[in-house]
Design a protein around this ligand. Sequence first.
Ligand code: ADE
Length: 315
Amino acid sequence: EWALRGAARIVKEVKNPVTGEITKHVITRGINDFKFCQELGDGSYSTVVLATSIHDPFKKYAVKILNKAYLVRQKKVKYVNIEKQALQRLNNSKCVIKLFYTFQDEQSLYFLLEYAPSGDLLALMKKHGSLSEDCTRYYSAQIIDGIDYLHKHGIIHRDIKPENILLTEDMKVKFTDFGTAKILDKTNVNGNNEYDLLTRSNSFVGTAEYVSPELLNDNYVDYRCDIWAFGCILYQMIAGKPPFKASNEYLTFQKVMKVQFAFTAGFPLIVRDLVNKILVKDPNKRLGVKDIKSHFFYESIPFNILWDLPPPPIG
Ligand code: ADE
């Protein structure tokens, strides 16, 4: 059954500036309210296209378009619903791409998403080869704070990688691609009604280079798989390449399982120390979010005003 249907009905409250009176207008938004422009990206099950609203040409959106017949044939309908549900739960977040509307026509499903004009983290790293220590600190601090936010809202992303981390105009990170997320329900944890982040989920393999050893060895992951991926990205920002990379997936998996990686020449000692404490095979011995944030590498980062900090010069 499709969870996504037809045009979106939006109730807009308009306040009269003189009388203060509030009137409610019901507007409907369908695919015809948007003008499609150039393609932004191409995934395995979707295409993302830049679009503007015909009512306000300065408003830009990234429209994720999914072919219904293809989703059904490939048995991926479930993932579309997970993505919608996860984005709706996280919709007030600084660190997640906003979902504005969803609708569909005969052929396709449409997700009207916030447009991130500065591209993704992979493109940023490729353009500059690698990032400076200051840039690494700035972007990685946002990523770990974002992961903390997802987990506090009961969402495990499970496929965190540089392609899924987009950048806004003022260079703030935004997570996207929640199709393979694990959405937790609140349960009784030690007498409290909260998300049990240690709930084991299985069998989903993200992207080879960022997959955690526990998934390959024991076929399970919990929230700590996102922290492992964070460690891989932290390494990559400095080194310019992910820590576990081989000529094929099988060999990459071998390296991950053995936690076989080496630091590049000139890799700063302070970042080495942090990476060494995150890329640990046993998830129980892996550094948690709190200890990562209080690592000496982030000494100069005021996490309480993190999202207001200006980006350092790129390089
Ligand atoms: N590519 C994929 N999703 C995007 C988005 N929301 N903004 C910009 N580029 C994207």
